[in-house]
Design a protein around this ligand. Structure first.
Ligand SMILES: N[C@@H](CCC(=O)N[C@@H](CS)C(=O)NCC(=O)O)C(=O)O
Length: 215
């Protein structure tokens, strides 16, 4: 059955692979599943056809036969549960990996996204600069804890899993900030994720979409 995902027609990140379709592409590449991509404009994302798939008017979505999913974490979990390679076989290790998936999206990602949102929505406000230490402090708290837990391990809990896939994409959102440089352990962790052939294929695929719009 054909898998179709949605992605930005014109990604604001200019092909840096920060949009959340990257997670889904990477997961599909890891498990060797071919997929098609339907590109959507910002306007189309807010129209009823897309809202029927994604109630919040966002990307990515995932369609396979009569199944339609939204939320990148839910989609990656679905892929990981239906194809070998992204979750451990052992039940306890699997539960731990799923726990780390939630940790990536509900504990580590929120302060990172909050700082991004402040940049886009509040950067002209007089109090924007004054708020920066608070926003950065919240991120640093999480990175300190994550870095301590990762230690000198390659991945979060044993072999590479969907949890690492999500955590790497979450941490990548800090690229270009003055934060990540203070966390060599996490920078090396991100680099390990990016070195995976499946990551590279996914990255190249989303970059090709952006490059095509520049012609
Ligand atoms: N929690 C959602 C977030 C989805 C999301 O924020 N998508 C962004 C792209 S990365 C989007 O569509 N932004 C456009 C908008 O919200 O209008 C997920 O993980 O899928």
């Amino acid at each position: 059955m054909t898998i179709t995902i949605t992605a930005f027609e014109s990604s604001p990140d200019r092909g840096r692979g920060l949009a959340r379709d990257m997670r889904v592409r990477w997961a599909l590449e890891e498990v060797g599943q071919p997929y098609e991509v339907r590109l959507v404009s910002f306007k189309a994302m807010k129209q009823p056809t897309h809202l029927a798939l994604q109630p919040f008017g966002q990307i990515p979505t995932y369609e396979e036969g009569d199944l339609a999913l939204f939320e990148s974490g839910g989609i990656v979990l679905h892929i990981a549960e239906h194809h070998p390679g992204l979750l451990p076989e052992d039940a306890n290790a699997r539960a731990r990996a799923i726990t780390w998936m939630f940790a990536a999206l509900s504990t580590v990602e929120p302060p990172i996204v909050e700082r991004e949102a402040a940049h886009y929505a509040e950067r002209d406000e007089a109090w924007h600069e004054a708020r920066q230490p608070i926003l950065k402090g919240r991120i640093r708290d999480r990175l300190d804890q994550l870095s301590d837990r990762l230690g000198d391990a390659d991945w979060l809990d044993g072999a590479f899993s969907a949890a690492d896939l999500l955590m790497v994409t979450v941490l990548r959102r800090l690229e270009g900030s003055d934060i990540l440089g203070d966390y060599p352990t996490l920078s090396a962790y991100i680099a390990r994720g990016q070195a995976r052939p499946a990551y590279k294929r996914a990255f190249d695929a989303q970059l090709a979409v952006f490059t095509a719009t520049q012609k």
